[in-house]
Design a protein around this ligand. Structure first.
Ligand SMILES: C=C(O[C@@H]1C=C(C(=O)O)C=C[C@H]1O)C(=O)O
Length: 250
């Protein structure tokens, strides 16, 4: 039986995709490409065995295993997870929460409560909500859509940078998680594939099917902004974030 994998459909997963495709490994797997909130739901529902899922999903999984030393993380600015606003933090009254996100929308709540000391009204969103970010209504936007949008707003808060200023720690937005114990040899092979991809970032860009962003900017984003290593500081950061998350009720 093939192992079913859901991975995030954003440009920052190209190195992972490249690694999986370039190794013989893809014969053993069935890949599905989804927005992060759907990756999360599929892993929770057991529609897939393994996923690159938002870390905020972890408390909702009965049995979970972080199977890899790779993640979608950042130390300081990530540039693709933003709170966008026409007004500064202390004037924001409402915040649209990106329907594609699970981690960043919760990170926004954690930072609002513990670091920014603001208590705006949280609003769920659906496709097209970007057009309603206006005046005192701000919005969280993640992923590829931020590349062209962020010039349009006067205030732009980078959530990985804000988290770093708050905790002095890097952040991991998503990591590779299985909802069951997987074969050791599979995990090893899988990590080799990811490692191959992460060490071939320039080549992985050839998979991009996106005219939103120039190749040069994409290379900078994948090599300087995104940090793929799930090191000890990022693991510590995930634990700290999950602790803060238990205090978030709305
Ligand atoms: C940095 C990013 O991290 C993403 C943010 C996620 C979230 O907020 O739930 C989930 C997956 C990550 O890919 C991004 O894709 O821009």
């Amino acid at each position: 039986m093939k192992i079913k994998i859901s991975l995030v459909s954003y440009l920052n997963t190209l190195p992972f995709l490249y690694g999986i495709n370039k190794t013989a490994f893809n014969n053993e797997t069935e890949l599905q490409s989804d927005i992060p909130s759907v990756c999360a739901q599929k892993l929770i529902n057991k529609d897939v065995d393994l996923g690159l899922v938002p870390v905020a999903t972890l408390p909702y999984l009965k049995d979970y295993h972080i199977v890899s030393d790779y993640c979608i993380g950042a130390k300081g600015k990530v540039n693709s997870v933003l709170l966008l606003s026409d007004v500064p933090l202390n004037e924001i009254e409402e915040v649209y929460l990106d329907y594609q996100s699970r981690t960043s929308i919760n990170l926004t709540k954690v930072l609002a409560k513990n670091y920014w000391n603001i208590a705006p009204k949280w609003k769920n969103s659906e496709a097209g909500y970007e057009n309603h970010i206006l005046g005192k209504t701000a919005g969280v936007i993640i992923g590829d859509r931020t590349f062209n949008l962020n010039k349009e707003y006067k205030f732009k808060y980078d959530l990985a940078e804000e988290w770093f200023n708050f905790t002095q720690l890097p952040f991991a937005f998503a990591c590779w998680v299985s909802n069951k114990e997987l074969d050791k040899s599979f995990i090893e092979e899988f990590n080799n594939a990811l490692s191959f991809g992460v060490s071939h970032i320039p080549e992985s860009i050839s998979l991009a099917n996106n005219d939103q962003v120039h190749e040069k900017d994409l290379l900078k984003y994948l090599t300087e902004d995104i940090d793929y290593n799930l090191d000890n500081d990022k693991r510590k950061s995930i634990q700290l974030f999950l602790e803060y998350l238990t205090e978030i009720t709305d």
